[in-house]
Design a protein around this ligand. Structure first.
Ligand code: AHR
Length: 615
């Protein structure tokens, strides 16, 4: 392998090259990254008809003792459904309540993870004209193990109007499959709404797994989730901002689950800011999977999108910027990328709608980069765009071959570059995310680095999967209520976290093997500004490869001190990680002894991804 590290042949990789794509799929947010432990906290998930399904809430006690159902009496006008609980028993009356009382419970998203010593904040809205004596408790899934309790006591008429109750529960035990119970032994009629339980410290391992990828952008909130099967179920940013109790929530009909939109537009912008990643806001431009707004009537949608940009980046005294400010973020967010639709180029109204959005947005926000859904890799687009979206889901072998997808793309001095916003190796050989799929994708990403003069950004899809609701395989990060692990695809992406903004050098493999691909970059550590040369090689084949690496034109001499070799491989190509073996396929790092040598002899294991990092 000949690496030419001289400045003359160097080329800068775009600053935002590698990022992440967050979609509300597989319970990635609701029951995942979002800290809310109660599922269906507003009782809205069953729809606006009453009586309504209150799933997954269930009743403790039978109809001799308790009747519960929904009505439309909530104090929140955008989500009117509330739960009415009528308790027929009373420990001082003729019908004695069963042991432990009667009430309702919420099992969360396949069990709440309650951890000893942690404090949880309960918040709920309650109404009753009776005197109330409620026990709030966190228990095991059968209700037998008590992990935390608190009492809510109120005299008759004290809660005649909706009253917000907030209290802290400190867990005295640990159970990953816990539930929240609201019980009583007093005859009464009590209404509940917007019942929330969150850990006081909302830190999540899932969040740090994202941060560890050092993503330069985050595309959100979908995907198909943005489109909806039907427009009536598409993501509407306006319904996801403001006080959480007032958000109506919605049924994401593509991935077929309810989200209360606690992780809303504002929180996505906040997440981007916390990660130091540029937000890429995917808007619905009037097109779902099954219906479309006619271009002649699209203007209201265009205005809605303009308002969303003002919400994100307008001054605090602007109409929508002031709403953001009222949510605690007076400073504008740095919103620089907006995608107009998702995978919709082929649809009848796409271009017409696109142009309406494009023209209005460019006029109001000339600096925002607008992303078209139409593929510009093979020919010029017939409409203006700053970037074009490129999605690729294909078999592992084809994914590896697609490293050359952009080799023949015309190098235009102007014109949009590619945003490969969804890529994944899929199909029967990739399991739920194995070494094979990771290697195929690693090869593809090296191809993108090599073509980073025409490819601006890239992100894998999907990012998260709750193991209890696998809507899509494979994914990068797997979790349940209390555990998480990265699939080999997650770890593969770690090899690219220094690439954004780095300098790419020609790296020529002197072999005919189509199973090898390599790239070389230099990057500067932000901590001590020292330079590193990173050479990455994927061996997609089943043979050992002996390579001689020769680096010419290095500005600073490298040495073995601080130089490392990192290898992602495993015994079997089909190996995956799991909750039982989360570290079966992870990168292993060791010292690189011969780093200073002019010709470095290296052995590339079969089916491996290797990074040589020369200090
Ligand atoms: O990543 C999963 C889905 O694949 C996305 O929602 C959609 O854009 C694509 O079809």
């Amino acid at each position: 392998l000949l690496v030419d590290a001289s400045p003359q042949s160097a080329q800068k990789i775009p600053d935002k090259m590698f990022g992440i794509f967050f979609e509300e799929i597989n319970h990635a947010g609701a029951g995942g990254l979002w800290a809310e432990l109660v599922s269906n906290r507003g009782f809205e998930a069953g729809g606006q008809n009453t009586p309504s399904n209150i799933d997954p809430w269930l009743i403790i006690g039978n109809e001799t003792y308790i009747i519960a159902g929904t009505d439309r009496t909530s104090c929140f006008s955008r989500n009117e459904i509330a739960l009415r609980m009528e308790v027929l028993c009373d420990n001082g009356g003729s019908i004695i309540c069963p042991n432990g009382g009667v009430g309702i419970y919420n099992p969360g998203y396949w069990g709440m993870n309650i951890v000893q010593g942690k404090t949880y904040k309960l918040s709920m809205h309650v109404r009753s004209v009776d005197s109330v004596n409620l026990l709030v408790s966190l228990t095991s899934s059968d209700g037998l193990q008590n992990l935390a309790t608190a009492n809510v006591v109120a005299g008759a008429l004290d809660m005649a109007n909706w009253t917000k109750v907030e209290l802290l529960l400190e867990a005295k035990g640990t159970n990953a499959n816990s539930r929240l119970q609201l019980t009583t032994t007093r005859k009464s009629v009590i209404w509940f709404d917007q019942v929330s339980l969150m850990p006081l410290d909302t830190y999540k391992e899932l969040g740090s797994m994202l941060a560890n990828l050092k993503p330069r952008f985050i595309r959100f909130p979908g995907g198909s989730f943005v489109e909806g099967e039907w427009l009536r179920n598409a993501f509407r940013w306006r319904e996801t901002i403001g006080p959480w109790e007032e958000r109506p929530g919605h049924f994401g009909d593509v991935w077929r689950y309810w989200t209360d939109d606690g992780l809303g537009y504002f929180e996505f912008l906040q997440l981007a800011e916390d990660l130091g990643a540029s937000p890429v806001w995917v808007i619905n431009n009037g097109i779902s999977h099954n219906d479309q707004v006619d271009t002649s009537t699209i203007l209201a949608f265009v205005q809605d999108a303009l308002d969303s940009i003002e919400f994100a980046s307008g001054e605090a005294d602007s109409k929508w910027g002031s709403v953001r400010a009222s949510m605690g973020h007076p400073e504008p967010f740095e919103l620089k990328y907006v995608a107009l639709g998702n995978q919709d180029c082929w649809k009848k109204n796409y271009r017409g709608n696109y142009l309406k959005f494009y023209n209005a947005m460019k006029a109001a926000y000339p600096d925002i980069q607008l992303i078209s859904n139409c593929d510009g890799s093979a020919g010029k687009l017939d409409h203006p765009a700053d970037l074009y979206d490129f999605h690729v889901y294909t078999s592992g072998n084809d994914m590896f071959a697609k490293a050359h997808q952009f080799d023949r793309t015309a190098r235009l001095s102007t014109g949009p570059k590619a945003f490969v916003s969804e890529y994944a190796a899929t199909g029967q050989n990739v399991g739920t995310g194995n070494l094979f799929s990771a290697l195929a994708q690693a090869g593809f990403l090296i191809g993108l680095e090599l073509n980073s003069d025409v490819v601006e950004m890239a992100s894998n899809a999907p990012l998260f999967v709750n193991d209890n609701d696998r809507r899509w395989n494979p994914d990068a990060i797997v979790f349940n209520s209390w555990q998480q692990y990265g699939t080999p695809t997650y770890w593969m992406q770690q090899f690219f976290k220094e690439s954004s903004g780095a300098i790419l050098h020609p790296a020529r493999l002197q072999t005919n093997s189509s199973n090898l691909i390599a790239s070389a970059i230099t990057w500067q550590s932000p901590e001590d500004s020292s330079s590193y040369l990173k050479i990455k090689i994927v061996n997609f084949g089943s043979d050992i490869v002996n390579l001689k690496i020769t680096v010419a034109g290095l500005q600073n001499a490298v040495n073995s001190f601080g130089s490392t070799i990192t290898v992602l491989t495993s015994k079997n190509l089909m190996d995956e990680n799991s909750f039982k073996e989360p570290n079966k396929v992870v990168p292993l790092q060791s010292k690189l002894q011969n780093a200073g040598e002019e010709n470095m002899d290296v052995v590339i294991a079969p089916h491996s991804f290797i990074s040589f990092d020369l200090a």
